[in-house]
Write a protein that binds this ligand. Structure first.
Ligand SMILES: [Zn+2]
Length: 62
């Protein structure tokens, strides 16, 4: 069974939870695309998206 993944409306973190464990905001089922940040200190994408943790982040969250 595939778990339903959601993305945080605020920081774009992808999670299975209804509430983001990073910033405590609501998550949404409506998201598209994702990036995996392995080393946020060296990632241009992380810098651009304002991400300062490693993890999986959605590119677009509605
Ligand atoms: Zn969040």
């Amino acid at each position: 069974m595939t778990k339903l993944l959601k993305a945080c409306k605020n920081c774009s973190l992808i999670t299975e939870e209804d509430v983001c464990q990073l910033c405590g905001n609501q998550t949404s089922k409506e998201w598209q695309g994702y990036v995996i940040i392995i080393d946020h200190t060296r990632s241009e994408i992380a810098k651009r998206m304002g991400i300062n943790v490693n993890g999986k982040f959605a590119l677009k969250v509605r």
